[in-house]
Design a protein around this ligand. Structure first.
Ligand SMILES: [Zn+2]
Length: 261
């Protein structure tokens, strides 16, 4: 089974003791490529270094809505400088993690919109896909994407919305990132949506170290678990694990512009 983990935070401290081993074990388990996403200016260098050192790692850079307190206006300029400097470098695969989060306590919605708008404009300018974090904010996100009409679209990561929301994203050319959340017995709505989704809509992700799959409560999540997540989601969808792996691999390659075997 060949897989791509489209969403991880392997640069986080939780992997400091065994990052290289985790990456090696993931590759042995069939996880050929792993995307690591920058969430604030302070971790971009670390994420980029990881992508340069490890052939299976690809970087995305962005300003995440949950870290809004840390973002400064000059960080948008710095993001643009990074994108200019790395333009055409295959180790850079997207802008992210960016998005809207209305679930955080007392969200600064205006500021979230401002930062997202600016980063969507950068995605259009540099012709990169976007990796989106969306919590309790699908309607405003869909409205904004309709205005921006990004040529390369992107991924709505850890998607757990309704079928109607899923369909809106698919019409806009987006893929839905699915991982451990849908494998838990209580994720019934997600499992109903999963059954309806066309196979060409899905990319797989772990969101490591977060969102471990069923059976791994409280553990650090890792790309090594992606084959298990694929098997569990395939069973819930009623397709073979091989079918889901093949489709999600192809979808990820199309999205990031990677060659397919
Ligand atoms: Zn994330």
């Amino acid at each position: 089974m060949q897989l791509i983990d489209t969403h991880t935070h392997l640069d986080f401290e939780m992997f400091d003791d065994d990052r290289a081993q985790v990456i090696a074990r993931s590759q042995n388990a069939g996880v050929e490529r792993i995307v690591v996403l920058g969430v604030h200016e302070a971790n971009w260098q670390r994420v980029w270094q990881l992508a340069c050192e490890q052939p299976s790692i690809y970087a995305a850079l962005g300003l995440h809505p949950v870290f809004i307190e840390e973002h400064r206006d000059e960080h948008l300029q710095q993001l643009r400088d990074w994108l200019e400097r790395l333009h055409g470098d295959p180790n850079l695969c997207a802008i992210g993690e960016i998005g809207l989060d209305y679930y955080v306590e007392d969200p600064d919605i205006e500021r979230q919109h401002e930062l997202l708008e600016a980063q969507l404009a950068l995605a259009a300018e540099f012709s990169l896909p976007v990796l989106l974090h969306v919590r309790r904010a699908h309607a405003p996100m869909i409205a904004m994407l309709k205005r921006h009409k990004l040529e390369r679209a992107g991924v709505v990561h850890a998607f757990s919305g309704s079928w109607e929301e899923a369909r809106e994203y698919l019409r806009l050319g987006f893929k839905l990132g699915l991982g451990g959340a849908g494998t838990w017995p209580q994720a019934q709505r997600m499992q109903r949506v999963l059954k309806q989704l066309p196979l060409d809509a899905i990319v797989l992700e772990t969101d490591s170290p977060d969102i471990p799959p069923a059976g791994h409560a409280g553990e650090r999540n890792s790309p090594e678990l992606l084959p298990d997540i694929c098997r569990m989601l395939a069973e819930l969808k009623g397709v073979s694990a091989e079918e889901l792996a093949t489709a999600s691999y192809r979808n990820s390659c199309e999205l990031f512009g990677w060659p397919q075997p």
